[in-house]
Every structure is written in C-alpha cells, then in structure tokens.
Write a protein that binds this ligand. Structure first.
Ligand code: NDP
Length: 239
C-alpha cells in the first residue's frame, strides 16, 4: 500500500536526519526541511523532497509543504523537530541567544503545526509530533530559556491535542534525555560544554539519534486510534 507523506523539520542533522533515514528506508515519501539544504540533498532516500526552510518563517514551511503535497498527497505526519540549545545562565546569555531559543524552539513548532493541522482536521486523520525534551518537564542549570521554550511546547501540544482529539488527529510529545548529536553547537561557554560532556560520558554518550527515530517510527505506526501521547525516553543511566 502507498505510504503517506512524512514531513520533518531540522532534517539536516542529529535526530531529524535519523528520522529521515528511518522513515525513508521504510518506504515513506519524506519532506525534509532545514536551512542547510545541501545536507538534505546528500541523503540517499528514494522518495524525498528537500527544501531550504527556516522554521521561524511560516511561509517557508507553507511553500515546502505545498510543493511536497503536490507530488505525494497530504502530509499525514509532521515532525516538528528543529531546535537549538545555546546553554547559558540567564544573566550571561545574550539577547540574541534568548530570542533565537524562543523563536526556533517555540515559534518554529507553532508554524509547523499551523501549516498542517487544519488539513488533518478536515481529513479526520493525521499526526503531529513535537520534539520537546526532558527539559520540557524539569528545569536545570543554564537551561532557563531552553526550559521555557520546551515547557511552552508541552503546554501548546497538550492543549491543542484536547481541541482536535474529536477529529481523530494525534498530537504527540517526544521528550528525549541526552542524545548524541550536534545540539550543543550553539553553546559557546567552554565550562558549560565540559560539564555537559562529563554528564554525557557518564551515560555512555546518551541515546543515539537512531534509537530516538526508531521509537518515533514505532509510535507513528500504531493504529490511528492508539495515541501514545507523551514519550519520555532516556539512556538507562540517565537518572
Ligand atoms: P542537531 O543540532 O543535531 O539538529 C538540529 C536541527 O535543527 C538541524 O537539522 C538544524 O538544521 C535544525 N535547525 C536549527 N535551527 C533551525 C531553523 N531556524 N530553521 C530550520 N531548521 C533549523 O540537534 P538534535 O538533533 O539533537 O535536535 C533535534 C531536536 O531534539 C531539537 O528540538 C532538540 O531540542 C531536541 N532534543 C535534543 C536532545 C539532545 O540531547 N540532542 C535532547 C532532547 C531534545 P539547519 O542548521 O540546517 O537549519
């Protein structure tokens, strides 16, 4: 049977790239979005559309979804995955890093939801997965803006889920602990980086991006009436 279109933001690296490969290898047509389109174009996936997208720009996502839907039909799964984590104390963090954290991690998710949700409600079918974090449930040192953004993603997802449950649309929160990716590339404070690396080493570098992607694929492939609403997943050694 023909598989439906899966859209993934932040597909050029880490969890998003692993998602692209997992879904692609399973035969799903995928719409891959990120700013570094050249990295998306390198991925060996049979049925893919790649688009240069900044998730803070609603029109970028809208255009990418329209182009991909013209080829493969409606998006049935939207994974709002793009995110950044410039860790710093509130007082030391630049206003640019503060606003970028809010813009990419909250506005980016809201934009992704906005583009696909009404179509899913009309079709009475579809799934949105928002990649939050354990940081969406617990605060921790140097995470204040990141915590704030992920707490917001949790609240927005939970309330929207209640609004569209009757329409057979699933909204799912994914809350990973430490995953071995490039997420710290926007953190510049060496001491914070070293402390983080120490924690990561103590848990064998955390989960792999592929492990997170496999959990997401399994969750999506459950029957539409089964909504695994919230998944917190960590390396067993992460307390
Ligand atoms: P990576 O840094 O490896 O990947 C982040 C992705 O987000 C990249 O593909 C990047 O693409 C994209 N991105 C960043 N800013 C934008 C933007 N403005 N517009 C479009 N795409 C953007 O990190 P991860 O894979 O770890 O992160 C993925 C998600 O997982 C994030 O939401 C993160 O918060 C969450 N997460 C990660 C954890 C971890 O320990 N790694 C733990 C818990 C949650 P490009 O630069 O090409 O635009």
């Amino acid at each position: 049977m023909k598989k439906p279109l899966v859209a993934i933001t932040g597909a050029s690296s880490g969890i998003g790239k692993a998602l692209a490969l997992e879904f692609g290898q399973k035969g799903y047509p995928v719409l891959l979005m990120a700013r570094r389109k050249e990295l998306l174009d390198e991925l060996e996936i049979a049925n893919k559309v790649t688009a240069k997208v900044d998730v803070t720009n609603l029109e970028d996502i809208q255009k990418a979804v329209e182009d991909a839907e013209a080829l493969y039909g409606p998006v049935d799964l939207m994974i709002n995955n793009a995110g950044i984590m410039p860790l710093e104390t509130f007082l030391n963090q630049s206003m640019k890093d503060k606003y970028d954290t809010l813009d990419v991690n909250i506005k980016g998710v809201v934009n992704g939801m906005q583009v696909v949700l009404s179509g899913m409600v009309e079709r009475k079918h579809g799934t949105i997965m928002n990649i939050s974090s354990v940081a969406g449930r617990y605060t921790s040192a140097e995470h204040s803006l990141y915590n704030g953004a992920k707490f917001a993603v949790n609240a927005i997802t939970e309330q929207t889920r209640k609004e569209v449950a009757k329409d057979n649309v699933r909204l799912i929160l994914i809350e990973p602990g430490i995953v071995d990716t490039n997420l710290l590339s926007t953190t510049v404070n060496d001491q914070i980086l070293q402390e983080y690396q120490k924690r990561k080493t103590a848990m064998d570098n955390g989960l792999t991006a592929q492990e997170v992607a496999q959990v997401i694929l399994h969750t999506y492939e459950l029957p539409q009436h089964v909504n695994l609403k919230e998944i917190m997943l960590t390396h067993t050694k992460q307390a």
